[in-house]
Design a protein around this ligand. Structure first.
Ligand code: SF4
Ligand code: SF4
Length: 370
């Protein structure tokens, strides 16, 4: 259950906004709100995950503080969104620990994983501090250690994310069968990939607006596509190794290295940009309780990208072994903390956009029938 005070704040927001409707063209939140007359907790949870915290509605609002109505959609929805991260997370207690001390928990997890990889590799006879002929990663970290840690961490993370998503879907009032709607899936994928609504230009707004909104969108893009590019690079690397049996390091112009380099650069530019914007944001629309979670995600992405790019540059040197262990430790920490950190914003927002696409399809069908 949402804490009573937050529930009342959300209901107050919806009551005032649904009567006003000035912001109806701004984003999916407002169009969704207008199709409802009453707002139960699950509606607020859904709307909170539709919001992208661009801040535009706040600057347009004649009832924002210091007005006595105290209307602040980005902040109220951010607070509800944070609550939903804990509500949907599995196992729940891990989410609470991460929410309170995101950066500390991430760094501790990274230290443990790096220590484990070091110890296991040394125990199996790896010569971590010697240059490796051919740059074969498995001469440094034995195949068994790599496969075991990645399969355990990866499976746990995938399961926790799946459970979280299914909990969100059930809470939003949808049955699982509606997940298989190809039209809605296509619409939602388009909205997710284009970061819909984060490009809000404040059209029609005569009030001072969040000037960083467009920059926020591009830094999100750099982070998102950088992450995807790194995933493609890793997949291609595995295909080269296991399918084609090419055990040497891929050349600088090979596909895994090109995707990895582009992704790594994106994951340096994006998180740094997001960090700068986060620091400069108007504190009035920020939920400070999320700052630790935001910072942990940004720091982890930077540690991964910087260690990955260094690994590429120094792969023929004696530093390669240490860099590889450190890089993989950070990557595994990201996977381990994904279900409890800022990453879930992408998962639940995608789910909310899918539900929004379904609702639009149903509205069109009803209109056609009428
Ligand atoms: S945020 Fe303010 S201006 Fe926008 S719909 Fe709500 S009350 Fe109206
Ligand atoms: S902050 Fe932006 S995304 Fe959130 S409700 Fe307002 S306009 Fe929509």
């Amino acid at each position: 259950m949402l804490p009573t005070e937050l529930l009342q704040e959300g209901e107050h927001l919806m009551t005032v906004c649904n009567a006003c409707r000035y912001c109806e063209g701004y984003c999916a939140v407002w169009q969704t709100m207008e199709s409802r007359l009453v707002f139960v907790e699950s509606d607020l949870n859904y709307l909170a995950n539709l919001c992208h915290n661009c801040g535009e509605c706040f600057y347009s609002c004649q009832y924002s503080p210091p007005h006595e109505f105290n209307i602040n959609p980005p902040k109220t929805l951010a607070k509800i969104r944070l609550y939903t991260y804990g509500l949907y997370a599995w196992p729940g207690p891990l989410a609470k620990a991460f929410c309170k001390n995101g950066l500390l928990v991430s760094l501790l997890a990274a230290a443990v994983l790096i220590a484990f990889l070091l110890a296991a590799s040394l125990a199996l006879g790896s010569r971590l501090w010697e240059p490796v002929r051919g740059g074969d990663f498995y001469q440094i970290i034995p195949h068994s250690v790599m496969a075991l840690t990645f399969s355990v961490v990866g499976s746990f993370s995938a399961l926790a994310l799946l459970i979280g998503f299914l909990r969100f879907w059930r809470d939003s009032g949808e049955s699982y069968s509606t997940l298989a709607n190809p039209v809605a899936l296509f619409r939602a994928a388009k909205d997710v990939l284009s970061l819909k609504n984060l490009d809000n230009d404040g059209a029609g707004c005569s009030y001072p607006r969040e000037k960083s909104s467009e920059a926020l969108r591009w830094f999100h893009h750099a982070t998102f596509y950088g992450f995807l590019s790194c995933l493609v690079a890793t997949t291609l690397g595995a295909i080269y190794y296991y399918v084609f049996g090419w055990h040497g390091p891929p050349g600088f112009l090979s596909l895994p290295v090109i995707f990895g380099t582009v992704g790594g650069i994106g994951l340096v530019i994006g998180p740094i940009g997001l960090f700068v914007l986060l620091r400069r944001r108007n504190r009035e629309i920020v939920d400070e309780n999320q700052s630790g979670m935001d910072l942990a995600f940004i720091v982890l992405l930077l540690l991964i990208s910087i260690s990955g790019l260094l690994l590429l540059l120094l792969r023929q040197s004696a530093a390669m072994g240490t860099l590889l262990v450190v890089h993989l430790g950070f990557v595994m920490t990201l996977f381990l903390t994904m279900p409890y950190g800022k990453f879930v914003h992408g998962i639940y927002r995608s789910g909310a956009l899918l539900k929004w696409a379904l609702e639009r399809s149903r509205q069109s069908e009803n209109k056609a029938k009428a």
